[in-house]
Write a protein that binds this ligand. Structure first.
Ligand SMILES: [Fe+2]
Ligand SMILES: [Fe+2]
Length: 289
């Protein structure tokens, strides 16, 4: 392992969203804004899945340091969910009935269809909990990978994003890096790092991560009363270099997860998170609850 594991700090930050009241807050680009709106809408319930999956094992964890890190992980994910959900109010003011999409997504992913379906076909609760943790470990690798790509070059990836939103997205990204190995370490300790199940989790996470983000993206476009199809080619042209870079960084970062001896700490990126919080210490001190 190359990275030293530090204590995970929970930051209770209040981000304002006045500047994001502008409908197409992502660089004036409707297409790109709705991609980010979809992420905002999908994250809170995804994070609740992560918390649930790790909590199934919390009492069983043997390593006291890991137990501590689990507490930090849960605390950070709770805060992420709250801050993304806070942005729903701005989206509602813009005329998006976010609750409709979120309810559909919750039913489809966690409450009525996918998760209950997987639990039913797996049969055993023990195996299903293990599957849920393996999906979480894979998604945590995805969020840490995405975070690394964005934090390496925020001026490109978050160009034209209002400052509060930029800080919020970077805060989330930096904390994803800080807790990147927690779910994985729980999986190693409690599930013996079972490789076939880890690959099952990775496959499931990959398919549905993209499926639900794409669904949200489509939903925002379909429900945007000011949407102009004539702007779409220009929007795509403007965003294409950023998206292609993002996708390429993401693919490169995701592939090592397939190695049987993979561990998130083999990837050196905690410095990016540290740098961000060091540079923004005053901003966070002023907005901490
Ligand atoms: Fe998160
Ligand atoms: Fe996370």
């Amino acid at each position: 392992m190359s990275e030293k594991q530090e204590k995970i700090k929970v930051r209770r930050v209040q981000f304002g969203h006045d500047s994001t009241a502008q409908r197409y807050w992502f660089n004036g680009n409707a297409f790109a804004t709705h991609f980010l709106n979809s992420l905002h809408s999908v994250f809170p319930d995804g994070e609740r899945l992560f918390i649930r999956s790790v909590r199934y094992y919390e009492k069983l964890i043997q390593n006291p340091e890991l137990k501590e890190r689990v507490k930090g992980f849960i605390g950070q994910e709770v805060q992420h969910g709250l801050q993304h959900q806070k942005f729903f109010e701005t989206l509602k003011e813009q005329g998006f009935d976010v609750d409709v999409f979120v309810q559909w997504y919750k039913d489809a992913a966690y409450e009525k269809y996918l998760e209950p379906f997987f639990r039913a076909i797996i049969g055993s609760k023990r195996l299903a909990d293990m599957g849920s943790l393996s999906v979480t470990a894979a998604l945590e690798h995805y969020t840490a990978t995405l975070a690394e790509v964005v934090l390496k070059d925020p001026d490109t990836f978050l160009q034209g994003v209002p400052d509060d939103m930029k800080k919020m997205l970077m805060w989330h990204a930096a904390e994803e890096i800080e807790h990147k190995s927690v779910a994985y370490d729980v999986y190693v300790e409690q599930c013996d790092n079972n490789y076939p199940m880890r690959m099952f989790g990775f496959t499931t996470a990959t398919i549905f991560f993209f499926f639900f983000i794409a669904s949200g993206w489509g939903w925002y476009i379909a429900n945007d009363k000011e949407w102009k199809w004539s702007d779409l080619p220009g929007n795509i042209l403007q965003a294409a270099p950023v998206y292609l870079n993002l996708a390429w960084g993401f693919i490169q970062g995701a592939i090592p997860y397939l190695k049987p001896d993979f561990h998130p700490d083999q990837i050196s990126n905690t410095q990016l998170a540290k740098q961000f919080f060091d540079l923004q210490s005053q901003y966070f001190a002023e907005r901490s609850a």
